[in-house]
Design a binder for this molecule. Sequence first.
Ligand code: ADP
Ligand code: DP6
Ligand code: CO
Length: 361
Amino acid sequence: MADNTVYRASTTAPVNIAVVKYWGKRDAKLNLPTNSSLSVTLAQSDLRTLTTASCSATYPEGDTLILNGEPSDVSGARTQACFRELRARRAALEAADPSLPKLSTMPLRIVSENNFPTAAGLASSAAGFAALVRAIANLYELPASPSELSLIARQGSGSACRSLFGGYVAWRMGEKADGSDSLAVQVAEASHWPEMRALILVVSAAKKGVSSTSGMQQTVATSGLFKERIATVVPKHMEAMEKAIKERDFATFAEITMRDSNSFHATCADTYPPIFYMNDVSRAAIRAVEQINDAAGRTVAAYTFDAGPNAVIYYLEQDTDIVVGTLYSVLGAGIDGWKQSIVESLKQPAVTLDEAVAGLL
Ligand code: ADP
Ligand code: DP6
Ligand code: CO
């Protein structure tokens, strides 16, 4: 009897913003990094991907992906690797239990929406591939742990492996040639440090000129500074960052976050020809954070920038007034390119910057 059923599963995944950045691949095919990295998952933020995966024997031949309403290419090696890995795991279940429907042989249809700018340096590839992998794993009813799924999501986009966990997440670079130890682990739950907040300053929602994949390849190939970064800077930052998180030491967390962002962007500037992800507004945000910390007489805010001009500012709930209030007055008034701001909370629902400031008045 023909099986005409459409099998379906949906999931959402949040973005994560690294405080020790991944930048560089030692194996482009398996997407293995040159260094470990560490991020905070912005689980309560407005920035997330919603993905539905379905499969049916009635679907026409070939897997498809609709991304933000437009057909998107799935023939790329990275997407193919995710499909292949997930299918192989489903096929193993079907082989062990012949009563299971043969989903692994059916075409896949993926429909995905990012509710924030795609490819603008706000980690769309992280939320996107985490959601894609988990949606298919749910569809296939795989008994896979988040770490195992992170191994698969890593092959879609490196940063995606970290979005399968909440809270503070390390991507251990691993040593093995097959990549089987290059996966994400949770360093601490979000509830370990419930006061942590992230403010996202959307300087530009435009697609970046140089994708992360291409940018890091150019950096690895041409930057001398990069060698120093992976040999000494990142190992030191990883160790200090994990300790700061365990001890809830915000001043150290903030200093390492800012230093690591600066170090990463310095390797971009040292790439030949140079890559510039930050712009004048980004640099104004850096100066504003410095002003806030100077005025407070202690470190209350930390900036970090991914491969794009948009700033993410980490701070603690009790310092909301000084951080958000000052940023709003310094930046909100006079800077062109100030498009939109979102206050993100690891604990509470997101509110816009305007709402947050209104709440303070
Ligand atoms: P970002 O800074 O947004 O992560 P990247 O250059 O790293 O930018 O990656 C952007 C690419 O990630 C997109 O061009 C697309 O191929 C992929 N991507 C983004 N969102 C999704 C999604 N929801 N599902 C599948 N792939 C996605
Ligand atoms: C600057 O994970 O987007 O955001 O693995 O090639 O898809 P690919 O790159 P991607 O790179 C992210 C770079 C970063 C830093 C980080 O998230 O750690
Ligand atoms: Co990305």
